[in-house]
Design a binder for this molecule. Structure first.
Ligand SMILES: Nc1ncnc2c1ncn2[C@@H]1O[C@H](COP(=O)(O)OP(=O)(O)OP(=O)(O)O)[C@@H](O)[C@H]1O
Ligand SMILES: [Mg+2]
Length: 469
């Protein structure tokens, strides 16, 4: 058997890209089933440095450089970069050093398109889900119900967030997730748990810290030993229950300040002791925590301990509010129509263009949750195949009044001077955006696409207030 031919045949049938580099990171072998990922032909790639082909990569971000430096493989690593043609691509790669006589002489990397891997994982999860439908519930055995498949959103900001979240699924580092109410934090933490190879078969335990009586903190988190105090039973705490899995501390900022200190100690040592017990127990729970206000503000207000924040903030995810990703509204709307068609036994196919305009122009303070409930409400009152009417809270109407030119462009049938009308409009618009950003000037400037200083000047001019942090 001709081994060279056999090897070529295997590579051609592998359906994965393969790059081999020498110790100086120059390409010595290059194969790709379709040239969509690297954006370069093998003839052009050979002899070029990896940094020449993927010009965005640096020694700190290149998997090849990392592997050659450390001599250890990097397996199933998600990386995104601009390819030779300048197109942004994401791949799942495994990079392995080539060692000859104990010396590193280069490295090889096999890679697949990240989207293909996502599709595959969706298939696996839909298989899991089918099993669950038979059980009559979406609930998976590990206590979760969401996977990445359930997170609707194709906007760039959501795509990047999903990619980042997927990338950290197999790490053990704590995650701090920030997002306004209803943005989908719970979906993300559950999806991360379910995308982890090792933890997904273990429990996902969620504790809402706002609902936690502070006096019961220790018994709930650390468990109790029988006889430890009057009436105590032998019960494991949340750390033991989530051992090997994930412990999600929802609204961590609502936890009592002193208890946050106790929690920090466990996160540092990985050791607990049941209340009334003497034995130390090692626990390995991946910690994820959520906040629905910016952490810096929570620290300033003294409701989140700084030291705990530093411990949790190893991986920081921000779920953007819906008003900052309006392109996702049609997708989410259709998804919710699908969901409620099934639940309510209806056959609604969509919303009218007028209703869609309304949905697109509303600021959604309650985010995706509010959109979901709005669709549910409208569907209950719709007997036709299209939703023609939708009711939104006053804010929408208020804003439409504010920006409805007829309100102030004319006074007693006479047009006002243009600069006066424009100024009035500008003031109302800035006021609205500041309301949406809770007075955060930087955010408002970003949303209005003006330099921060310009916004400060206008805020001053119109006698408004904003937070200059
Ligand atoms: N991207 C999304 N795709 C589909 N559904 C979503 C998405 N984001 C949120 N939802 C839906 O919106 C609702 C609220 O989501 P979730 O509970 O994750 O929000 P949250 O950020 O945890 O809010 P809170 O801070 O109030 O707890 C859920 O019913 C969820 O199914
Ligand atoms: Mg939540």
């Amino acid at each position: 058997m001709d081994y060279k031919y056999l090897l070529q045949l295997i590579i051609a049938n592998l359906n994965q890209g393969l790059i081999v580099v020498d110790v100086n990171l120059n390409v010595v072998f290059y194969y790709e089933p379709s040239s969509d990922i690297g954006g370069i032909s093998p003839e052009d790639a050979i002899g070029k440095s990896i940094y020449e082909i993927f010009y965005e990569l640096k020694p700190e971000t290149s998997t090849f450089a990392h592997v050659i430096k450390n001599g250890k493989p990097l397996i199933e690593y998600v990386q995104c970069y601009c390819n030779y043609k300048g197109k942004r691509v994401c791949t799942v790669t495994s990079t392995v050093p080539l060692i000859e006589d104990g010396k590193i002489i280069g490295a090889f990397e096999i890679y697949r398109d990240f989207n293909q891997v996502m599709k595959l994982s969706k298939k696996v999860f839909s298989y899991d889900k089918d099993k669950n439908i038979v059980k009559g519930s979406n609930e998976l055995d590990n206590g979760t119900q969401y996977t990445f498949d359930d997170i609707i959103g194709e906007s760039e900001i959501m795509y990047e967030l999903k990619e980042k979240a997927y990338k950290v699924a197999n790490s053990d580092s704590p995650i701090l997730i920030y997002g306004e109410t209803g943005t989908g934090k719970e979906l993300f933490v559950q999806a991360i748990h379910n995308a982890s190879y090792t933890r997904k078969n273990k429990k996902f335990i969620s504790q809402n810290c706002a609902a936690l009586p502070s006096t019961l903190f220790e018994s709930i988190f650390f468990g109790t030993k029988s006889g430890g105090f009057t009436g105590a039973k032998e019960t494991p705490g949340l750390f033991e229950l989530s051992n090997g899995g994930t412990l999600f501390l929802d609204e961590i900022n609502s936890m009592d300040y002193a208890n946050q200190g106790k929690l920090l100690r466990v996160l540092q040592d990985g050791i607990i002791r049941r209340v009334g017990g003497t034995n130390t127990i090692y626990v390995d729970s991946r910690i994820m925590a959520s906040v629905n206000e910016e952490p810096a503000e929570l620290i300033n207000k003294n409701v989140l301990r700084k030291d705990l924040y530093y411990r949790l903030n190893v991986i920081y995810l921000v779920v953007p509010p819906l008003r900052e990703r309006k392109e996702d509204i049609p997708l989410l709307t259709n998804k919710f129509i699908e969901v409620y068609n099934e639940r309510l036994g209806k056959r609604i196919v969509g919303v009218s263009s007028k209703v869609m305009d309304k949905l697109m122009n509303y600021s959604w303070p309650g985010n995706v949750r509010e959109l979901k409930h709005t669709i549910e409400r409208a569907m209950n009152f719709t007997d036709e195949s299209v939703i023609n009417c939708i009711s939104l809270p006053n804010e929408y109407n208020e804003f439409s009044k504010e920006v409805n030119c007829s309100n102030y462009l004319c006074s007693e049938n006479e047009y006002k001077p243009l600069d006066e009308s424009v100024a009035q409009f500008e003031k109302q618009l800035i006021k609205k955006v500041l309301r949406e950003t809770n007075g955060n000037c930087s955010k408002a400037a970003r949303m209005l696409k003006v330099p921060r200083q310009t916004l400060f000047n206008k805020v001053k001019k119109y006698n408004l207030n904003c937070n200059k942090k």
